[in-house]
Design a protein around this ligand. Structure first.
Ligand code: MGD
Ligand code: MGD
Ligand code: SF4
Ligand code: MO
Length: 917
């Protein structure tokens, strides 16, 4: 894209982390101080999983930096009234004026107390893009740390609209905040709506392309033919939200239609809870003395604690056993000679009704195809084989099932996550080469790598930092406006937990609180960066109305957008190619980032800031200084709040706590500490080194991609198939909530089943909408879904012309994707403007006819419907987000919901019809 004939005056090292599939490394060519071209970083080819390349979105950064619509000075609102229909009347201000205004507000707030009358933090903050904002916000996290409690419960969709059940149950079962096939070794991938060719970033695309070269087969199960489906071996057009039926039927084939020894019986006995005996009330039968779960030892013909050496536990069967059973709140039952089935046996019985023939009618997929898929899964499992990685012998199971976000959130997410993880366990393919792997930990600690989070917990399983549910330990107040530690035991309480709480409840509460929770209050001060909930959330109208009532909102602003339209102050920060920052790279990160190296990479400014934009670290330092928290702020940086701890066992590059430090001084210390960390204190090269080299890594052993060796070394088991712990926790949670008088979470309590049963999710959705809006569901005959686009990172780059231009060449963008037969029935043709309505809202767009979509399904790619973001607002691109309700009824026990809704379509009239002209 370099168009100038002038020679490149310098090449600057940087990284792109515009979507969660990063970070990826790149070079920026600069001519006379102007960045003109993004290039792959060739010197990273040997260490980076995509050989130093970046995806199309990174190439948009040149236009992003020079976007004429950028906010170039701080701006202060002059119109006190807020709302979509109000002109905010922003006027330019100096940094001094803007910072004085914000810090005055913060000092007043602090004087009132860090928490308000409801016990909620007075300061709230929302960041977008699944946590990626952190790598662009310099030392701002250290400012937040210095401040004290911050409420992060006002979300933008990351979490509740994301792979939410996978996030929570994945972390619980195998330290898997997200899950990936071991793509470089897998032979068969069965994907339920995982659109990896659009969502997997440059590493995902590279790994899957290499896998196809090796002859890997992918079966894509989803209602519309995505980019991923289009380059898969098979597309199975399943009916929306019926995936649990398909997966339960696969389990049926594995458990009822093939010989047992085709499963990995040794793995099931040693590495899962399959042999644990279940007592009459549904909890494990335990040894009275040690309270350890019992297994039936086939060698000695008696029940023994699960960890007894030299036993051969029965996988299946019913045995007469005495012991003690422990239920909720330590309720115990003594049993004398009662009949107990193993957890595995209970599973076999539980799955019996769910045959492929049963599932076929639900999923609209022929029984033969479901059966064939299950058998192929088994054929590719290579049960019994091993492989050596870094001198460590592990099972080799080259088959994996992946789930997309809409399959793993909302109701049905538990069933799908459980069935997928369980199928991996049945063939010994969880966390082993070729199989199903977790990528990264976010809720468990320590979070530096997955192995160190393998800490022994109860009953031979890994520990999990569950929010307490026992009497006396339960948190009746959460300190967050969505009550995550009260309602969601699995959300834990790590720095990430608030973002993974039921964030829509925070928005809903602003309109009408929830009985027996503290009164809802808006935050006194709300900070917003790189997120646009007024576009990305559900019922975007209601979200906008809630935001308009917040008394004081500070948005870091790149251009105007629908959320910062309601702000009181806009602060322009140095963007991607302008700011300075050092981040961690390597190891394993979400999506498909599996590295054999780890270390640090620098984002070195390639351009002077546009206008008055300032480096985020400078802004954070100014805030800390002016609020009187400089010492706490520097101390937080020293302790690692900005990504690198500045001291270690044999080095110390800590900042003088009481002094104000320049941006370069801070990052120089971070670079020195990073060098020291990687060399165990031997070296300490600073900023100059990273400017020259861009990044620095040391090897990350590949065996650490797999949790299995750490589990085996500690003698631990995966907590499957039977969810005894969750059953107990659900009952305790129910008791606690009822003691508080809360009955509105009862529907969610039912998800705490030891073995999930099938629920008719389609009718659950339909009934919830009929009840909430007093409509007839028959008037809304289509399911509306959304899908990722490789060109767009959420709505974050929707205002960039080049991205739109590229996307316009890729099928499906910019309108309402519809099956031609369905369109013909409504008299619609390609390009017709249509109005799409749900009981909550409406949008309009142009019909895009595609055979690759079910006739009962519509699709709108991405998240659009912008009315303020420059350029994006002129695209007339529809989005589902104004049409999807925020609904307690449609919230699952983990606190998430799904991006789908029932809609009606009709030819547009009036303004909507003219919009496209
Ligand atoms: N329809 C639909 N909606 C969805 C989803 C979906 O699949 N379909 N997915 C959901 C999921 S999983 C997620 S994680 C969320 C994500 O949703 P969000 O986290 O809200 O992300 P974005 O929409 O990217 O919002 C980014 C905002 O930051 C601004 N911005 C971009 N770059 C910069 C910058 O350099 N500086 C500043 N100050 N601002 C910048 C952009 O203009 C934009 O307004 O969306 C959810 N919403
Ligand atoms: N380029 C790019 N990459 C990204 C992002 C981005 O914005 N842009 N965002 C990142 C984030 S935060 C996330 S959460 C991930 C999401 O990654 P994915 O989950 O892979 O993303 P989507 O394309 O939104 O998934 C939608 C797919 O699910 C299918 N689907 C919808 N409903 C159902 C259903 O009921 N059953 C089945 N089987 N399929 C269904 C749709 O047909 C569609 O193909 O992507 C990440 N990567
Ligand atoms: S996949 Fe693309 S947008 Fe995402 S971080 Fe990598 S280069 Fe950036
Ligand atoms: Mo997401």
């Amino acid at each position: 894209m370099g168009t100038s004939s002038k020679p490149v005056s310098k090449s600057v090292s940087s990284y792109c982390y515009q979507c969660v599939a990063g970070p990826d490394l790149m070079k920026v060519d600069v001519i006379d101080g102007v960045p003109v071209q993004i290039r792959p970083n060739g010197s990273a080819a040997a260490v980076h999983p995509a050989h130093g390349k970046v995806c199309v979105k990174a190439f948009g950064l040149i236009q992003k930096t020079n976007n004429p619509n950028r906010i170039q000075t701080p701006m202060i609102r002059s119109n006190p009234r807020k709302g979509r229909d109000q002109d905010p009347g922003f006027r330019p201000a100096t940094w001094d004026e803007a910072l004085d205004l914000i810090c005055g507000k913060l000092i007043d707030t602090r004087n009132k107390g860090l928490t308000d009358e409801s016990g909620f933090p007075r300061v709230a903050a929302s960041f977008g893009g699944g946590g990626t904002s952190t790598v662009y916000m310099g030392t701002f996290p250290a400012f937040l740390k210095a401040w004290g409690p911050i409420d992060m419960s006002f979300g933008s969709g990351q979490g509740v609209k994301c792979y939410h059940s996978e996030h929570l149950y994945g972390e619980f079962w195998h330290r898997a905040f997200t899950v990936s096939p071991d793509t470089p070794m897998v032979e068969l991938i069965i994907s339920f709506g995982a659109n990896v060719e659009a969502s997997g970033g440059v590493c995902g695309v590279r790994r899957h392309a290499d896998a196809r070269d090796r002859g890997v087969k992918r079966i894509q199960v989803e209602p519309h033919l995505s980019i991923t489906g289009a380059c898969s071996a098979e597309w199975v057009p399943i009916r929306p939200k019926t995936d649990p039926a398909f997966m339960f039927a696969m389990l049926h084939v594995l458990l009822h239609e093939v010989e047992r020894d085709r499963l990995d019986v040794p793995f099931l006995k040693a590495r899962s809870a399959s042999p644990y005996l279940v007592a009459p009330n549904g909890f494990y039968m335990r040894d009275p003395a040690t309270r350890k779960p019992l297994v039936w030892d086939l060698k000695s013909g008696q029940a023994v604690p699960f960890d007894t050496e030299g036993t051969d536990p029965a996988l299946d069967g019913e045995f007469v056993v005495s012991g003690v059973e422990v239920g909720p709140d330590d309720k115990t039952w003594q049993h004398e000679a009662v009949s107990c089935r193993t957890g595995f046996g209970r599973l076999v019985d539980h799955i019996a009704p769910y045959s492929p023939e049963w599932a076929s009618g639900i999923c609209d997929v022929p029984a033969g195809m479901i059966r064939k898929t299950a058998l192929e899964f088994l054929e590719h499992a290579h049960v019994g084989e091993t492989i050596e990685i870094d001198g460590c012998t592990m099972p080799f199971r080259p088959v994996a099932i992946s789930l997309g976000k809409t399959v793993s959130n909302g109701w049905g997410g538990y069933e799908c996550a459980w069935a997928r993880t369980l199928m991996a366990v049945l063939i010994g393919g969880l966390e082993v080469p070729g199989g199903t792997l977790g990528t990264t930990v976010r809720l468990n600690r320590p979070a530096d790598n997955r192995w160190s989070s393998v800490v022994p917990g109860p009953d031979g399983f890994m520990n999990y930092p569950m929010n307490p549910t026992r009497k006396g330990e339960f948190n009746e107040t959460s300190g967050s406006r969505h009550a995550h530690t009260t309602l969601i035991p699995l959300a834990a309480n790590s720095p990430w937990s608030q973002a993974l709480g039921p964030t829509h409840l925070a928005w809903m509460a602003q309109k009408q609180g929830f009985a027996h929770l503290p009164d809802p209050t808006p935050p006194d001060v709300w900070f917003v960066y790189r997120t646009n909930p007024v576009i990305s959330f559900w019922d975007t109208k209601a979200v906008g109305e809630a935001i308009a009532k917040f008394p004081f909102t500070v948005c870091f602003a790149y251009t105007m957008d629908e959320t910062n339209h309601m702000a009181d102050v806009l602060l322009p920060e140095c963007t991607d190619l302008e700011g300075l920052q050092l981040i961690r790279i390597g190891g394993s990160k979400y999506v498909e980032q599996f590295w054999e190296h780890q270390g640090f990479a620098l984002r070195d400014p390639a351009s002077n800031p546009m206008g008055e934009a300032r480096d985020f670290t400078w802004i954070a330092t100014q805030l800390a200084k002016r609020v009187g928290l400089l010492e706490e702020y520097n101390t937080a940086i020293n302790k690692g709040a900005a990504g690198v701890r500045l001291f270690g066992a044999n080095y110390d590059f800590s900042l003088e706590p009481e002094a104000e430090h320049s941006v370069e001084e801070i990052w120089d210390s971070a670079c020195r500490a990073a060098s020291a960390e990687l060399t165990d204190g031997a070296e300490s090269q600073g900023l100059e080194y990273y400017r020259q080299h861009g990044f620095r890594t040391v090897p990350f052993p590949k065996r650490r991609w797999y949790l299995y060796p750490a589990m085996a070394e500690k003698g631990l088991r995966f907590e499957l198939p039977y969810q005894e712990r969750l059953l107990r926790i659900g009952q305790e949670l129910g008791a606690r909530l009822h003691e508080m008088g809360i009955t509105w979470w009862d529907r969610q309590l039912r998800e705490y089943e030891a073995l999930p049963h099938f629920q008719d999710l389609q009718s659950l959705w339909e009934k919830a909408i009929e009840a909430q809006y007093d409509v007839k569901i028959g008037d809304y005959p289509f399911w509306l879904l959304s899908a990722r686009s490789m060109q767009y990172s959420w709505g974050g780059n929707a205002g960039i012309q080049m991205i739109h231009e590229v996307a316009a060449n890729v099928a499906g963008h910019g309108g309402v994707v519809m099956n031609p037969q369905a369109a013909a029935r409504l008299g619609l043709s390609e390009g017709d403007r249509v109005e799409v309505c749900s009981p909550v809202g409406r949008t309009d767009g142009a019909v895009i006819l595609r055979n690759g979509i079910r006739p009962d399904t519509l699709l709108m790619i991405g998240q659009f419907d912008h009315w303020k973001t420059p350029f994006a607002k002129d695209l007339k691109t529809p989005s589902m987000n104004g049409l999807v309700p925020m609904s307690l009824e449609l919230t699952d026990a983990t606190g998430s919901g799904a991006d789908l809704v029932r809609v009606a379509v009709r030819k547009a009239t009036g303004d909507a019809a003219r919009a496209g002209k």
